[in-house]
Design a protein around this ligand. Sequence first.
Ligand SMILES: [Zn+2]
Length: 344
Amino acid sequence: MNSKRTILTGLLILAVLSATVILTCKNDPSSDQPETPVVEKPAVKVPAFNRDSAFAYVQKQVDFGPRVLGSEGHENCKNWFVEKMTSYGLEVTEQNFEAEVYTGEKFPATNVIAKYKPDNPNRIILAAHWDTRHIADSDLSTFDQEEPILGADDGGSGIGVLIEVARQLSLNGPELGIDFVFFDAEDYGDSTEPEPDPADKVAVEKRQNSWAIGAQYYAKNLSGHRPKYGILLDMVGASGATFHKEDVSMYYAPGLTNGLWSTARKMGYGAYFINKQEGLAWDDHYFINTIANIPMVDIINMKGQKFGDHWHTHNDNMDIIDRNVLRAVGQVILAVVYRDELSN
Ligand SMILES: [Zn+2]
């Protein structure tokens, strides 16, 4: 799983060792058996993730109202992202595109891309979607089903965690390059009944592609150094959340997924990151894996094939957000970023 890096590290250690041997010989010509120095990687200091800060970033997004395509809240929130990520010293690009949704309507949409150390070829993607659902279409939704939801968790939480990660980088950042990608137009997909006949491949694919339009656009229009892998956060803030090793992640990025869960477990977050494969999400990561061929794992709150009860209902508001869940996810992400030990 890590063979290339191991070989490289081995070569580096060899180079350091031979240099040391030469120096030692020069300094002490009488010694023909210099002691072999122990070369150890210095321990990486991972900063503490601030759960209150992340919570405030979720609140800030919700204060804009629903961030539905075509809405004022959507536009204002996007502008805040650009300002915020720029203030942390990142190179921010608005990747504009037109999202044609399942109703036939067309909306201006924007993936916000913020690059940390853009010149470093050794880099990863950290992503979440920022748009929110235009309807409350869950089976559990009991009122105002045609009204847009606030999306504190579904949209807001992943972005809130990522903005806090970006803030930490601006204080004392690691060497690893990072492309923060805030996907737009993830959640305007087609859920109309009846579902297409599974035998009708064209209809099934059409429905599938009505979701995650921003991720599809991003995957087809990559620029700059190619990230070695990506981590997607989706619904990572609700009280009672658990994250299983999701099927698409395990299919396309098994090494990365297992490594991430193992890191979380060693950090004491095994109660959130359940060591079991369960649930399948056709999320943004599916298109990054299949179109861009970049392995991407999805950290998503699922139990079996179900999302949380608040999902796509008006209960997806700030009341559901739990600072400790945000911290569990954020702290694991910081460890991954500062240690840079994962690969697929
Ligand atoms: Zn959603």
